[in-house]
Design a protein around this ligand. Sequence first.
Ligand SMILES: NC(=O)c1ccc[n+]([C@@H]2O[C@H](COP(=O)([O-])OP(=O)(O)OC[C@H]3O[C@@H](n4cnc5c(N)ncnc54)[C@H](OP(=O)(O)O)[C@@H]3O)[C@@H](O)[C@H]2O)c1
Length: 252
Amino acid sequence: MSNQTRAKVVCHMMVTLDGKINGEAYNCDNYEYFGKTYYDVEVRHFPASKVCIIGRKSNEGGIETVTDLPPLPEGTVISREEDFIVPFEEPLEDGTHWNCIVDPRGVFAPKDRILKMDSFPYYDGDRIVSVVTQKQPSDVFLYYLQQKKIPYIFAGDEKLDCAVAVEKLSRYLNEKIIMLHGGPTLNGSFLKDGVIDELSLLQVPIQSNNPADLPLFTSMKEDEILPPLQLNLLACESLQHSGLWLHYEVKK
Ligand SMILES: NC(=O)c1ccc[n+]([C@@H]2O[C@H](COP(=O)([O-])OP(=O)(O)OC[C@H]3O[C@@H](n4cnc5c(N)ncnc54)[C@H](OP(=O)(O)O)[C@@H]3O)[C@@H](O)[C@H]2O)c1
């Protein structure tokens, strides 16, 4: 699939003035407002988007998982070529999304296929999709996803291939916009693979000053420097409590 036909990827994140995405500084005045506004801004500016991609670590604690997976019935063959996409045929409920968890090793086994999140109404009712590599997940893990009717797609052989993930999700779900929700490791992988088209940043009026807090993009490899980005501002909006929404396109 060419660049023209794959969905546009918008990296949507909350940042401090010094570009940090987590840490103590977020224990700030009006954080509740900014947490809610992060989702409101997305719904308002990207209403067509029904697919979001998020890293395995960012989901830790938020989604209930199981560790004790049932054994594979004797004689079961799990294909490493065919994506498991039958569940895509069942349409989404209105206002919900395909919530795609990037889990290259196949270690994140959700308890249910549908997200139940009272504290995060934006995600409530979303359907889970697992993005895995071909060689790393066990047969037991993939079989578990099949039994739970959780679709999975293979993106890369041994290493995650972000472009393949985007191409397959665009094609299978007929999507024009895909939202990338971080965290920084996943964002860094998408940046490196050249598949981020726009940044949508909710800038909270705080300064972290803590070098240990995570930036917008990090590499999987400690000594690797990710390529710089040049951006064009497409739109900006003042929010309540001195917040800003900044919308950039990535110069290619
Ligand atoms: N401010 C915001 O808007 C925002 C949004 C989202 C998240 N966050 C924060 O971000 C933090 C988590 O970010 P994170 O960077 O630690 O984790 P992450 O990006 O959510 O997930 C990283 C994991 O994804 C897998 N992965 C990603 N790229 C890969 C690649 N190229 N090859 C192989 N595996 C890859 C790996 O899983 P395995 O380890 O299983 O191999 C890796 O450990 C949390 O503090 C969260 O609160 C903030």
